[in-house]
Design a protein around this ligand. Structure first.
Ligand code: ZN
Length: 78
């Protein structure tokens, strides 16, 4: 964790600035459905998967299985 290079060469920072301007959270409909009414934002945040969007090429790097496993890369179509 910390930083890695996108396939386009752009430096991707997974830590540092909080909030991280290139980080997004993905939460499944199933996980979200477990919440009801007023909830603690941290609880919702913690079940979300972290995704990092390259500002250079638009690739998405998603940590589906936590930061201990490598992220999956998704390339936008032209
Ligand atoms: Zn890139």
């Amino acid at each position: 964790m910390g930083k890695f290079n996108c396939a386009c060469g752009n430096l991707m920072r997974t830590s540092g600035l909080i909030p991280n301007p290139i980080e997004w959270k993905i939460i499944s409909d199933v996980d979200f459905d477990c919440f009801n009414g007023l909830v603690d934002a941290e609880d919702v945040y913690s079940v979300g998967r972290s995704a990092f969007r390259c500002e250079g090429c638009g690739r998405l790097w998603i940590y589906w299985d936590g930061f201990d496993r490598p992220p999956r890369c998704y390339v936008p179509e032209d």
